[in-house]
Write a protein that binds this ligand. Structure first.
Ligand code: ADP
Length: 284
């Protein structure tokens, strides 16, 4: 089978002069659960956004299911984007709208949210909203306002909204970075389920190698906009870990229970400090 996604020599230089991606070439096969790791500023978010053209790469080609995404315009680009779902660290929900409204908006693909005002849902749409809320275990929250939910529940709404497009590829940009360890696992398990049961290919950036090891079928590490590792999670040994995160980095487990709430913050702070030291965190 041809790869679902091919990245050919992608570079991205921001107008500030920062070279965020520096010659990334990758083939992603259908059904993979790819975890992107790397220090803050290594280019994970830029890479994910180049795939669905939220950001235009400076050079290189993105091919999705045989279609050149980098050249697509207008209706063709919208058609491609409908086949690629995305979830975000900050959930990107309409906070004052109901869970139901937020999920229904997923049917609109890349059209702006205000178009929902004129959008008359069909019985199929309504059924799909409840089916997808069921997938992430929050049917009972359908008519609650999005901002009344916990972070983990809001991210599950984000997943349900993305599922409304019937995506073949799901991009997840640090989906659990704002959540505590126990909630992180619950959100990751839903991503794992849509990957395994629905066969949706997942590319997910994560701060923690322990989560990458637990959920990824393949880990790709970025460092300074280049691929520093591409392979099985199990093959990342101490030496490779230090190549990716730097000599001073120490791997920390992200626990399952609320008894370890410090883990996330401490680990994140440590990695961010390393990134600062390494000079990767340019002013945005
Ligand atoms: P990551 O997701 O791994 O933290 P990013 O893709 O956000 O990395 O950032 C990669 C590099 O590009 C960093 O040096 C960052 O400061 C820079 N960068 C990201 N977004 C912008 C932007 N909009 N303008 C200028 N520089 C940016």
């Amino acid at each position: 089978m041809p790869p679902i996604l091919q990245l050919k020599d992608i570079t991205k230089t921001y107008p500030s002069g920062t070279r965020a991606l520096d010659g990334i070439s990758l083939d992603i096969q259908r059904g993979e659960f790819v975890v992107l790791i790397g220090l803050s500023g290594s280019g994970k978010s830029t890479l994910l956004r180049c795939i669905n053209r939220l950001i235009d790469p400076t050079s290189g080609t993105v091919v999705f299911d045989g279609i050149d995404v980098t050249r697509a315009r207008g209706a063709e680009l919208r058609r491609i984007r409908r086949r690629i779902g995305m979830i975000f660290q900050q959930f990107n929900l309409v906070r004052r709208a109901s869970v139901f409204g937020n999920v229904l908006a997923g049917r609109l693909g890349s059209r702006p949210i205000w178009r929902t005002v004129f959008f008359r849902p069909t019985p199929d749409d309504l059924e799909a909203v409840f089916e997808n809320l069921g997938r992430v275990g929050i049917v009972d929250k359908a008519f609650v306002r999005a901002d009344q939910l916990s972070g983990g529940q809001q991210q599950r709404v984000g997943i349900a909204r993305a599922l409304m497009q019937g995506p073949e590829l799901m991009l997840a940009d640090e989906p659990v970075a704002s959540l505590d360890p126990a909630t992180s696992h619950s959100v990751m398990k839903y991503l794992e389920e849509i990957n395994k049961k629905d066969g949706i290919t997942v590319i997910c950036s994560l701060h923690f190698l322990s989560l990458a090891r637990r959920y990824g079928t393949r880990v790709i590490a970025l460092k300074g906009g280049k691929v520093a590792y591409d392979g099985l999670p199990a093959n990342i040994d101490e030496r490779r870990f230090k190549e990716i995160y730097g000599e001073d980095a120490v791997e920390v487990e992200i626990g399952l229970g609320p008894q370890e709430p410090q883990g996330l913050t401490a680990n994140q702070a440590a990695l961010d400090a390393l990134a600062q030291d390494a000079g990767h965190m340019d002013a945005r």
